[in-house]
Ligand binder design. Structure first.
Ligand SMILES: Nc1ncnc2c1ncn2[C@@H]1O[C@H](COP(=O)(O)OP(=O)(O)OP(=O)(O)O)[C@@H](O)[C@H]1O
Length: 323
């Protein structure tokens, strides 16, 4: 189990992490989700041993590893900017972590090669070991990076936006595949993303971060259905804010005859088997979106319709989330 206690980190005067507590269970797949600058990468680097907190402790299975360097922590990591070594073959890239171990722990050359090929089979790139990185596609390179991370037999796998640069379809395939691999190898994995769909699809639990703090920790279902704050409601899933600070999901809005909020329809299109209607809330400088079942005739552009939330959530305005 991994425990973070009171993790604080500043860059000069700028507080990047403000006293974070977090426990990660063995075998868990955890997502750190938050907007740009919320501190996700900083937190991941602190867990890896690539950065060190100003205050607080990092514990692995009860052992204080706060001051241990990355090589002493047995973690595998895939960071977007830790690219593959261009001048090395794919197999040599995968074996790299083993070949730089201290002499007494280093396997022989043949053993390293065998292990590299085994891992390349695992990431479904068997037979490509003698190629160079430039001769692979982006998705294949990401899988090589994963194989390289797994070569050191980590207990913990850390991934920073591992599929960020890939197209939507490849991302989806790799996500599924990563989830399988995580299960099969019995890993504990933590990944950073600002893509909520990725977090909701992959993770057992999602940690929603904002401005160096944890806003909510919960299952995908919990953070989506029971957001703990206005920030989480707005950041996770789509949300509209109706007069009175009512947060509502587009699929929880219905059209009523005339006792709802008037909306002037601006756009109608198909989305996920429904009609998506976008419009301006009359009398308020605000846009709303809502869904209608596809069997219904959608309203025309410029028409005024009246809407009402079926389910809603009201948050106390705090200093941080006041409009
Ligand atoms: N080496 C650094 N020196 C100064 N400030 C930094 C440094 N690294 C990060 N920061 C600042 O700390 C804050 C948190 O950065 P971090 O990279 O952890 O955020 P993030 O949530 O991972 O963002 P992104 O999704 O954009 O990668 C940001 O405001 C960033 O500008």
């Amino acid at each position: 189990m991994i425990r973070l206690e009171g993790i604080t980190k500043a860059y000069g005067d700028y507080p990047a992490l403000k006293g974070l507590d977090l426990s990660v269970r063995d075998g868990e797949f955890l997502a750190l989700l938050g907007p740009s600058g919320s501190g996700k990468t900083t937190l991941l680097r602190i867990i890896a041993g690539l950065a060190f907190p100003d205050a607080g402790r990092v514990l692995f299975n009860g052992e204080d590893v706060t001051d241990l360097q990355v090589a002493e922590r047995k973690v595998g990591f895939v960071f977007q900017h830790y690219a593959l070594f261009k001048h090395m073959t794919i197999a040599d890239n995968v074996g790299f972590g083993l070949s730089v171990r201290a002499r007494r722990e280093r396997p022989g050359r043949a053993a390293i090669r065998a292990r590299a090929h085994e891992l390349l089979d695992l990431v479904q790139l068997g037979g490509l070991g003698e190629r160079y990185p430039a001769q692979l596609s982006g998705g294949q390179r990401q899988r090589v990076a994963l194989a390289r991370a797994l070569a050191v037999e980590p207990q913990l796998l850390l991934l920073d936006e591992p599929f960020g640069a890939l197209d939507a379809k490849v991302r989806k395939t790799l996500r599924r595949w990563l989830r399988e691999l995580h299960k099969q190898m019995g890993l504990t994995s933590i990944f950073v993303t600002h893509d909520q769909e990725e977090a909701l699809e992959l993770a057992d639990r999602v940690v929603v971060m904002d401005q160096g703090r944890i806003e909510q920790i919960g299952s995908a279902e919990q953070v989506y259905m029971e957001p703990a704050s206005a920030f989480v409601a707005d950041f996770v899933g789509e949300t509209c804010v109706l007069p009175g600070g009512v947060h509502v999901r587009p699929h929880d809005i219905e059209i009523v005859s005339d006792v709802g909020h008037p909306v002037v329809v601006g756009n109608v299109f198909r989305k996920g088997g429904m009609w998506r209607v976008e419009g301006a809330l009359a009398g308020h400088d605000r846009l709303v979106e809502f869904d209608l079942e596809s069997r219904l005739v959608p309203p025309g552009l410029g028409q005024t319709v009246y809407i009402r939330p079926r389910r809603m959530k009201i948050f106390e305005a705090t200093e941080r989330n006041a409009p």
